[in-house]
Design a protein around this ligand. Sequence first.
Ligand code: SAH
Length: 221
Amino acid sequence: MDFETARRRMVDRLAERGRIDRESTAEALRTVPRHAFVPPEHHESAYRDRPLPIGGGQTISAPHMVAIVTDLLSLDPGDRVLEIGTGCGYHAAVTAEALGQLPENDDERSEQGGVYSVEYDPNLADSARETLSEHGYNVRVRTGDGYEGWAEHAPYDRAYLTCAPDSLPVHVLEQLRPGGCLVGPVGRGRQTLVRAWRREDGGIDRETHGGVRFVPMRRGD
Ligand code: SAH
């Protein structure tokens, strides 16, 4: 079976199992070539609903988890989105697709939305940058500590974590616009998927969305 057919079937199965709500999420998963983001030895398994190793002791989440987080973000075209944990860049590409593509021109882009991603591991950041641009995704990647967020491009409409901190990272919450939200796993060992909305008065409202398993968010040590 060719990759595109395998990908379509995977999305159909996820939709049948009620794992995808939004059409923009389904279409993004149908479009992004997940195999191209994982090491060659995993190309053949890229369209099973499984996490996969991506090097540096890290793993890419299973597609259903990418779908759940992308749905919870309830993205609008033109949103500015912060991702913490670029990994191989796959989820960032899905987010970029769900948002719609951005203009090439930097000035125009700064007026608009887009995906900004922070990755701790410099090797993963370099290879994600390469894969993303090879496939035409305009995602900006910064090597650094996600606990700090990325103040330069704040405020963000949306933010999400692909690694689990013990508690929600304060700087990322502060970099949300009022009315924006952060989606991510929280906890050590047992983790809960949380969506936190920043209120107009600066306070935070949280909802929980079940138990999940992500790699831990690393602390500079
Ligand atoms: N969304 C990614 C999945 C990445 S796995 C993908 O589609 O491939 C989680 C990533 O979070 C790893 O790459 C890990 O290096 C990164 N990470 C862990 N702690 C971090 C931190 N403090 N700041 C930024 N990234 C971090």
